[in-house]
Structures are given as structure tokens and as C-alpha cells.
Write a protein that binds this ligand. Structure first.
Ligand code: KE4
Length: 441
């Protein structure tokens, strides 16, 4: 009998997938290569849970890498999607719902006067980059090591050998010519920031940054760093682009920028990029900014950007329902409290097991690191993150997975709690963590 029939196992599905899909996955991190083992093929999801092809239940702390802030299958979201589906899947024409979603996003992100909807975070970041270059007439851009802004060529760059040299591609297929305008600096490094701006400031179209970097698991941009970055961008006429694809509507209702604005009155990026939560699990992302900058976009201005499914009526219904739900009174207070209690619980069990661990959380996003020493300080940049204890992380990951706890399968990825995670789910998670951490000794 061919393997096309049940009983499905994760192993036989992975083997079958690898025959027809490169690496058996449609996005590399899903292949578990960083942690080893067999990826779980998910058959369905509900609330805080995923169910794999073998029927095993997992408490889900990936949430589709961020979008599922309400949990899976929220009734208000499903109702909105079902209603939208019945009105048609795609029109390729403007709709009322795109206006409603844009108005909702702009209400929550006052730094933006206008926003354009697209279908993925990569597309949003790539478009924001082109917009910044078009609006300033400059080619050079700056990003930070450890930040990921999707897989547009110009952003797949690692640091050059120094400030004078520009970036090198991190991927085959990206010509050196494409990334020669990209400067890559260490995250949170004030001295290098100053030096780079003194060398290149007046040539910079923009600086793109993850304000809290979830692609280094969980690293905050320090206040002095962010404040100085804002000042230098303003001083040199470079646009500050906040990539909030992961942090937007996740770490706070107004995203990470609202946290920096609280601490630094008047702080605001010039362009913001969103994704994940604003689509509620469907392909939808966005970029927006000041009106004068957005006016550069076609059909108004010379910067071309387009998309067949941009503002798709079903995706916008999903996103709008999600954004409305997260605005309910107390939503973020409860989510932040749950996420914080999970993180502090993990740290407490690690301490009791004699395993060095540091961690942090903001809103519904958290991260933890197995440190190589008994340091209590959090990693501040990519080098420090990658120096954490990978082998311990991987053993912990699998020990938790075996107990039905589904964490991100890489030490540089963040974790996410949803509104559907109950106290019992957190208690079960911490009980599994206590057992898993003891097994690391
Ligand atoms: P997408 O093209 O994957 O929708 O978004 C790209 C992107 C842009 N900016 C930030 C800050 C992001 O985190 C992402 C995508 N995040 C990864 C997880 N680190 C998505 C998971 C994956 O690649 O499969």
C-alpha cells in the first residue's frame, strides 16, 4: 500500500514531504534542523493547542510565529472569515474593509498617517526599503546583525569586515552588488552607531531595526541606543524604519514603538512595518508612515509597489476581527501577566535545578537563554545570543516536546503566549519545564 494513505506518522509524512518539497517544508525553520529530530505535521489547532498527524496534543508557544495572539479558532475571527468567504475570495479592487483595517491600524499607531496593505512581512519590509530609498534619493541602508526583515535580497546581509566595508550576502543567489549598499552593525552598540553615522550618515536612506529583536530570541534595543539612533537619523536625514512584524500588536497594543514613546516622549519611527498579528493567521502585512513619505508611492508618486492579493477581502476580515478583539479592555494586561508568570516560572525552575538561564518578556512575547556562565544579564547582541548554550537549549526543546509543549525549534526564535493559554496550560508547561530542566544536569 502506498504511503499516501493513513496511518500517518510525523516520520512518514516528513519522508513523503521531502520527496516533493525542498527539505520537506515551505519555510526552513519548520524543518527542525537547528534542534534536530522530526518536525511535527500539524493536522488541526484549537485554542492554545496544536494536534499533530498522530493525534498528539501540544500546548503551542509558536502561534504560527506570532499571528495567533487570540489562540487558534477564535469564534469571532472564524465568523468574520466565514462571512467574508461567502462574499467572495478576491476581487482585485478596493473594498470598504481595507479602509476599515487601515483606519484601525492608524488609530493604534499614531506615528503613521497612511498605511499600505501587502501579503507578507518580507513584502512589507522590502517595500518600506524601496520607499525609503525613493523618498530620500539615497541608496545606502543600515541594519543590525541578528535582526531579520524577511528574505528580500538587500536585507539578506551579514556584517562586513568593518564600518568602512559594506555588507556581504548571507544567501547564495544574492549578488554582492545588491548588498553593497547595506551596512550591518552590532545591535545596541552606541560607539559603532556613532562611527557609522559620522562616516556614512548623509548617504543613508534609512536604518531598519527590530525594536525588540525576536529574531535573536528576545533582545531589547536599549533606551540610550534607540534615543541616539532617532537623533542621528533626524540629524542626517535618514528615515528610521521600525520592523514591527513580530512586535506589532504583540508586545503592546501600539507595538514596541508605543513603549519607547512612553520612555522617550515624542519618540516615533518614520516608517513602520507590520505583519503576523494584523493578519490574524492569514497572509496580510502592512507598511506605513508620514503622509509626505507615503505620497511617494504609486499611483501618487514615483516609487512602484503593487500586489494581486494586497488587501485581500478574506485576509482583511481575519485581521480586522483580530485587531478588534485585542482592543478589549484588559486584554494586554492579562496577556502580559500570563507571559511574565510563565517566564519567571521558567527562571525559577532553572535556578532550582542549578541551570543558568536568563529570560525576559513583554506583552505576549517571551524569550529565554541557557547562559554558559552564571551571568544574570541578558544577551545584548547577536554575538552574545549565539554564545549561549545551544546544546542545552536543544535538549530542553526536545524534553518539552516529548511532554507535549511546543516551543520554537531554534534558540534564536522568540516564544508567544495567546489569550487562549489557561492557567492550567501554564501550570502544565512549568511542571514539564521543571522535569526537563532537572534532566539537563
Ligand atoms: P514573513 O515574510 O515571514 O511574513 O515576514 C518576514 C519577517 C519580517 N520581519 C520580522 C521581524 C520577522 O520576524 C519576519 C518573519 N519571522 C519569522 C520567524 N522568525 C517567520 C517564520 C519563518 O520564517 O518561517
Amino acid at each position: 500500500m502506498s504511503s499516501q494513505q493513513p496511518p500517518f506518522t510525523n516520520a512518514n509524512l516528513f519522508e513523503r514531504a521531502e520527496r516533493v518539497i525542498p527539505g520537506g517544508v515551505n519555510s526552513p525553520v519548520r524543518a527542525f534542523r537547528a534542534v534536530g529530530g522530526t518536525p511535527r505535521f500539524i493536522a488541526k489547532a484549537q485554542g492554545a493547542y496544536l494536534f499533530d498527524a498522530e493525534g498528539k496534543r501540544y500546548i503551542d508557544y509558536i502561534g504560527s510565529w506570532g499571528p495567533m495572539i487570540l489562540g487558534h479558532g477564535h469564534p469571532a475571527v472564524l465568523d468574520a472569515v466565514h462571512a467574508a468567504v461567502n462574499e467572495g475570495l478576491s476581487y482585485g479592487a478596493p473594498t470598504l474593509r481595507e479602509i476599515e483595517l487601515a483606519e484601525e491600524i492608524l488609530k493604534l499607531v499614531p506615528s503613521m498617517d497612511q498605511v499600505r496593505l501587502v501579503s507578507s512581512g518580507t513584502e512589507a519590509a522590502m517595500s518600506a526599503l524601496r520607499l525609503a530609498r525613493g523618498a530620500t534619493g539615497r541608496s545606502m541602508i543600515m541594519k543590525f546583525e541578528g535582526c531579520y526583515h524577511g528574505h528580500a535580497d538587500a536585507l539578506l546581509v551579514k556584517a562586513g569586515s568593518g564600518l568602512a566595508t559594506l555588507g556581504h550576502p548571507t544567501s547564495a543567489g544574492v549578488p554582492a552588488d545588491v548588498v553593497k549598499h547595506t551596512l550591518v552593525l552590532p545591535y545596541n552598540d552606541l560607539a559603532q552607531l556613532e562611527a557609522a553615522f559620522s562616516l556614512h550618515g548623509d548617504q543613508l536612506a534609512c536604518v531598519m531595526i527590530e525594536p525588540i529583536c525576536g529574531n535573536m530570541n528576545f533582545v531589547r534595543g536599549s533606551l540610550p541606543f534607540m534615543q541616539r539612533l532617532r537623533e542621528l537619523c533626524t540629524q542626517h536625514g535618514a528615515l528610521l524604519v521600525f520592523d514591527e512584524v513580530m512586535t506589532g500588536f504583540r508586545v503592546a497594543l501600539g507595538g514596541a514603538q508605543s513603549l519607547y514613546a512612553k520612555a522617550l516622549p515624542g519618540f516615533a519611527p518614520d516608517i513602520s512595518v507590520f505583519g503576523k498579528v494584523i493578519g490574524g493567521g492569514m497572509p496580510l502585512a502592512a507598511f506605513g508612515g508620514r503622509r509626505d513619505v507615503m505620497a511617494q508611492l504609486a499611483p501618487l508618486g514615483p516609487v512602484y509597489q503593487a500586489g494581486t492579493l494586497s488587501g485581500n477581502p478574506v485576509a482583511t476580515a481575519c485581521g480586522l476581527a483580530t485587531l478588534r478583539e485585542i482592543q478589549r479592555p484588559g486584554f494586554f494586561d492579562r496577556l502580559a501577566e500570563r507571559t511574565r508568570s510563565l517566564t519567571t516560572g521558567l527562571l525559577a525552575h532553572a535556578h532550582d535545578a542549578g541551570i543558568p538561564m536568563v529570560g525576559d518578556s513583554e506583552g505576549g512575547m517571551f524569550g529565554f537563554f541557557f547562559t554558559s556562565t552564571n551571568t544574570t544579564s541578558l544577551p545584548q547582541n547577536y554575538t552574545e545570543v549565539m554564545a549561549t548554550h545551544k546544546e542545552r537549549f536543544n535538549r530542553f526543546f526536545h524534553a518539552m516536546l516529548d511532554q507535549g509543549i511546543y516551543l520554537a525549534p531554534a534558540l534564536y526564535e522568540a516564544g508567544f503566549v495567546s489569550a487562549a493559554h489557561s492557567d492550567e496550560d501554564l501550570q502544565q508547561t512549568l511542571a514539564a519545564a521543571e522535569q526537563s530542566l532537572r534532566s539537563l544536569n
